[in-house]
Design a protein around this ligand. Structure first.
Ligand code: NAP
Length: 282
C-alpha cells in the first residue's frame, strides 16, 4: 500500500458476513481506483471517536450500516436533501470542510427495480418492516408515484407515529389485501434462518412482483413462494451492488457504467450460490 492508496470502509456494530469488501475490490479493479475497503466494527459508545479518526486519516469514503445510519447524522457537516428526507445516511464523504452524508440505498433500490422491470407508478405497493431500509424504500415509492403505499408492521400503533403519511397496517390486515408489488424490508428469512418468511404463500400470491432486500440466500422462502405462485421474484443483490457503485461515484466524482455493475452482480451471485452452507438445492 502506497501513500496514494485511499482507505475506504464500512462501519457497523456487527459485520459478520458482509460482501462489501469483495464488491468494492471488484469496483476498484474495474474502474482503476487505488483503494482498499475494510470492515470496521465499531461499538456504540465509540461512534463519534471513530468518525473523527477517519477524518484525521483522510479516509476515501465510508459506508454506514446497522445500527448507525441515523445516529451518525449528528456528526455530519452536511446531509443531502434526499438523505435528510429519508432520515438516514449510508455513505459518508470526507472533505476539508467536513463530512457529507448521502443515502445510496435509495439509489440502489431504484436501479434494481429498473433492472428487473418492477413498475411502481400507479401501483399498490406493500412494504414489510419499518426499519432503516424501509425508510429509503418508502421515500422511493413516494417519489415515484405509487398509488397506495402500505407499511406492514408488528406494532401498528408505534409505527403510525413515525409513518403517518403511509397506510400502516398489521400482518393480520395484510392477509385481506391484494396489490401489485410487495417488498420485504425485514431480516426475516436471512441466513442462517432460511426456513422463515415474513408472510405466508397465500399473501405473496396476491401480488404481481415480490422484492426481497435480502441477498443471502439468493432465494429466500419469501421469493420461493413468489416463484411457485408465478409472481416475479427479485432479490436484494442488485441493490447491494448498485448502492456500492453509487457510493464510489460520490467518493471519486466518477460515473460507473451499468455494464460494470451487471458484471459484478453476476460474479457475486455465483459466489454466494457456490458457498457451501449457504447453498440451496431445488
Ligand atoms: P432494521 O433497521 O433492523 O429493520 C428491520 C425491520 O424489520 C424492523 O424495523 C422491524 O419492523 C422488522 N423486523 C425485524 N425483525 C423482525 C422479525 N423477526 N419478524 C418480522 N419483522 C421484523 O434493518 P434494515 O436495515 O431496515 O434492514 C432490513 C433488511 O434489509 C436486512 O435483511 C438487510 O440485510 C436488508 N438490506 C439490504 C440492502 C441491499 O442493498 N440489498 C440494503 C439495506 C438493507 P417492525 O418492528 O415494524 O415490524
Amino acid at each position: 500500500m502506497s501513500l496514494n492508496t485511499s482507505i475506504y470502509g464500512l462501519i457497523g456494530e456487527k459485520l459478520g458476513h458482509s460482501h462489501s469488501s469483495y464488491i468494492h475490490k471488484l469496483i476498484f479493479e474495474k474502474v482503476g481506483i487505488k483503494g482498499i475497503y475494510n470492515l470496521f466494527e465499531v461499538p456504540k459508545e465509540k461512534l463519534k471517536e471513530s468518525v473523527d479518526t477517519f477524518k484525521i486519516i483522510k479516509c476515501g469514503g465510508l459506508n454506514v450500516t446497522i445500527p448507525y445510519k441515523v445516529e451518525v447524522m449528528k456528526e455530519l457537516y452536511e446531509i443531502s436533501e434526499k438523505a435528510r428526507k429519508i432520515g438516514a445516511v449510508n455513505t459518508l464523504k470526507f472533505s476539508r470542510e467536513g463530512i457529507s452524508g448521502f443515502n445510496t440505498d435509495y439509489i440502489g433500490f431504484g436501479k434494481m427495480l429498473s433492472k428487473f422491470r418492477v413498475e411502481i407508478k400507479n401501483n399498490i405497493c406493500v412494504v414489510l418492516g419499518s426499519g432503516g431500509a424501509a425508510r429509503a424504500v418508502l421515500q422511493y415509492l413516494k417519489d415515484n408515484f405509487a398509488k397506495d403505499i402500505y407499511v406492514v408492521t408488528r406494532n401498528p400503533e408505534k409505527t403510525s407515529e413515525i409513518y403517518g403519511e403511509f397506510k400502516v397496517i398489521s400482518y393480520d390486515e395484510l392477509s385481506n389485501l391484494k396489490g401489485d408489488v410487495i417488498i420485504n424490508c425485514t431480516p426475516k428469512g436471512m441466513y442462517p434462518k432460511e426456513g422463515e418468511s415474513p408472510v405466508d404463500k397465500e399473501v405473496v400470491a396476491k401480488f404481481s412482483s415480490a422484492v426481497d432486500l435480502i441477498y443471502n440466500p439468493v432465494e429466500t422462502l419469501f421469493l420461493k413462494y413468489a416463484r411457485e405462485s408465478g409472481v416475479k421474484a427479485v432479490n436484494g443483490l442488485y441493490m447491494l451492488v448498485s448502492q456500492a457503485a453509487a457510493s464510489e461515484e460520490i467518493w471519486n466524482d466518477i460515473s460507473i457504467d451499468e455494464i460494470i455493475v451487471d458484471e459484478i452482480f453476476e460474479v457475486l451471485e455465483e459466489k454466494i450460490k457456490s458457498e457451501g452452507h449457504h447453498h440451496h438445492h431445488h
